[in-house]
Ligand binder design. Structure first.
Ligand code: PLP
Length: 671
């Protein structure tokens, strides 16, 4: 059994290694001759080509795929239920005045994720003959939206799935929303006396709060509060493990981590509780080594260490019942099944198996009853359920047409560029690229010193871009793009202007370079002939997306279709259901997007809730403007202008009408 688990890891690791050793880029670097592919008539583009290109099976199974019409479909209940055509859904939602950008939440996906996580633990528990149960909790910080938490509590009921609060305000939500006796209410984060008392009193509301001590000061407060209230609380400790997480959240563990108790501090807690005869309150051991753990070996290390600590706490006389393994369960954003940061080299079942097997083994070695297992899986539960749909407003391409013929004698530099252009062949395109660059640089420096006219510089630049296009066309036909030309593809990429704020809707893509799968949701039977990056509505140069998922590493341009006149072009951003909504900000005053909750029905679907996005009145209100005052100010300015004959009465009326109307509208652009 051990072997089986190890095997999965090794294969994925090996896979990555292999991929690295036969790195196609290296081939180009060491000068292996790229075979020039003679231009064969290309087979027509198919749906399967789109599937492979956007890797939808890798990250989307079992929820997302492509239908014969070339549209993305959503099967919110996985393999078990019907599916919806996402493009048609978006079209019909727009007819209901739900403008883009639009966040669509599929509550069935949420339900399916909860079911799957619980089913995997149930299977592991049966397989390893584990004498205990699994009771997961959802960390509220991943997505605090009321409708989502309501759904979670409802769907979690059969599994006694509970909630985790990481702050005082989240505790307020969790206590009020949780109504499953038996489900756990894990209380994490910084705590003051009121937090601790409130959590303790929740015990009287038929709830099972467990107060996890994360700072040594919290022990005294808990002891005092328990005495004052006459309540026997359920306490836990969060351990700073030695086992290190890796990647972005690797700093969540280790002695210098922000949260948790070191081993000497845990011993202090045990001693203090013993001294006041409260040691039977200590029931839980918790750790959290970071989010999106890509490698199963890191998880195994941590479980190994934690289960040893657990056993020791039992032996020290604590009344241990629970082992809480925190978050970290990853999502395969790029579908590569590797330990790349946007992926993970294990699945839900491997995760459950490793936890169950490891804890069982450690406990049975010491003849100690196994604990109830808890995980605080947020990302893994909430990511898939929402899809963000946005439209493309316009595109901007690099112009690559040749300069018009001229009767004037050409400048030497321009003549050189003409020659370079004429002479580009599949045999010399890489040298030609260097030549073109050199001539362009020369043209620019001559211009600076006054030896080239503006018209000559313009012709030189036009020729340069024409050379680049010709070179790129040849390079693309090669089996692999030579590394020195990869940059060229980025430079030549089209800019797709999207009706979205990255800061509001995909903040992690800006803040920590997180990758999300992004693809068109229609026209997938048609070859995407353009290469583009996405630029958002904000006037911030960081407001762009130029990193996309790829099998190997990341790619810097996305394959897209040319816009068609008067036809909308819709893109979807997937797997963004965790963390993005609450971290999104109002940069440039772009507000919350419209959101809609969809539930699948035997006949199609039903709209459960519509959550309208912010209006301009709302966003200016966040920054303390009173709309009435703003309108009044415009009115007075218009009056003054009328008096001074700077504006006509009709114009003033129109201005005020537009102004007032805008304030009541969505902050994004109308089609
Ligand atoms: C953020 C957090 C989680 C959730 O982590 P995921 O990786 O999203 O599952 C769980 N527990 C604690 C203590 C956290 O801080």
């Amino acid at each position: 059994m051990e072997l089986e688990r190890a095997e999965i890891t090794v294969t994925a690791e090996l896979d990555r290694l292999l991929k690295n050793t036969v790195d196609p880029k290296d081939k180009a670097k060491v000068g292996v001759k790229n075979q020039h592919q003679p231009e064969r008539p290309k087979a027509p583009w198919t749906i399967e080509d789109s599937e492979n290109l956007y890797r939808i099976q890798g990250w989307g199974e079992p929820y997302f795929s492509i239908n014969a019409a070339g549209h993305v479909t959503v099967a919110p209940q996985g393999d078990r239920g019907g599916s919806l055509d996402l493009y048609e859904l978006v079209t019909s939602l727009q007819q209901r005045n739900l403008a883009l950008p639009l966040l669509i939440r599929f509550s069935d996906i949420l339900e399916h994720r909860i079911e799957r996580l619980n089913a995997c633990f149930a299977k592991a528990i049966a397989r390893y003959n584990y004498g205990g149960v699994y009771k997961g909790v959802f960390p509220v910080k991943c997505n605090q939206q009321k409708h989502l938490i309501e759904d979670l509590v409802k769907f979690g009921k059969p599994y006694q799935f509970g909630l985790e609060a990481g702050s005082k305000p989240e505790l307020m939500i969790a206590i009020a929303m949780l109504n499953n006796p038996g489900a756990l209410l894990i209380c994490n984060g910084y705590k003051d006396r009121e937090y601790i008392e409130t959590a303790m009193l929740a015990q009287k509301l038929d709830q099972t709060p467990i107060i996890v001590l994360e700072q040594i000061e919290e022990v005294e407060i808990a002891i005092e509060a328990a005495k004052a209230l006459g309540i026997k609380p359920n306490l836990g400790v969060r351990a700073k493990l030695n086992a290190k997480g890796i990647g972005r959240w690797g700093v969540s563990s280790g002695d210098r981590a922000k949260f948790g108790l070191t081993i000497p501090e845990i011993i202090m807690v045990v001693d203090k509780l013993k001294a006041v005869d409260m040691i039977d309150s200590l029931q839980l051991l918790h750790f959290h080594i970071g989010s999106q753990i890509s490698s199963i070996s890191v998880i195994k290390d941590a479980i190994g260490e934690a289960s040893k600590i657990y056993v020791e706490l039992v032996q020290l006389g604590a009344n241990m019942k629970y082992l809480d393994v925190g978050g970290g369960l990853g999502i395969d954003y790029d579908g590569s099944q590797t330990n790349f940061h946007a992926s993970k080299n294990y699945d839900l079942q491997n995760y459950a198996n490793d936890i169950v097997a490891e804890v069982r083994e450690t406990c049975s070695d010491k003849n100690i009853p196994v604990p109830t297992l808890i995980s605080e899986s947020g990302r893994a539960i909430a990511s898939h359920q929402s899809v963000l749909i946005f439209d493309v407003l316009s595109t901007c391409e690099v112009r690559t047409d040749l300069p018009p013929p001229t009767t004037n004698p050409e400048h030497q530099i321009v003549r050189n560029l003409w020659e370079t252009y004429e002479s580009i062949t599949p045999e010399n395109f890489r040298e030609a690229f260097y030549d073109a660059n050199q001539f362009k640089e020369e043209a620019l420096s001559r211009f600076k010193f006054g030896y080239l006219t503006l018209t000559e510089r313009s012709r030189a630049e036009q020729l340069y871009w024409a050379c680049c296009q010709k070179i790129l066309d040849i390079a693309k036909r090669e089996e692999y793009m030579p590394e020195d030309l990869e940059e060229l593809e980025q430079i030549m990429a089209s800019i797709y202007y999207i009706n979205l704020s990255v800061f509001q809707s995909a903040p992690d893509s800006w803040a920590i370079d997180q990758l999300f799968p992004i693809m068109p949701i229609h026209r997938l039977g048609e070859e995407p002939t353009r290469r583009g990056i996405l630029a958002d509505l904000t006037c911030d140069s960081d407001g762009k997306i130029d990193q996309f998922i790829d099998l190997k590493d990341v790619k810097h341009v996305l394959e897209l279709h040319p816009l068609e006149a008067k036809e909308p072009y819709y893109l979807g951003l997937f797997l963004g259901g965790a963390y993005q909504e609450i971290m999104g900000n109002l940069h440039n005053l772009f507000g919350d997007t419209n959101a809609v909750h969809i539930k699948i029905t035997p006949k199609g679907y039903k709209i459960e809730h519509v959550v309208k996005g912010d209006t301009m009145t709302e966003v200016v209100g966040y920054v303390q403007y009173d709309v009435e005052d703003l309108i009044e100010s415009i009115r007075q300015k218009a009056e003054q202008a009328l008096l001074e004959n700077r504006i006509e009465i009709g114009e003033a009326q129109r201005l005020l009408q537009n102004y007032e109307h805008s304030l009541s509208q969505y902050t994004y652009l109308a089609p």
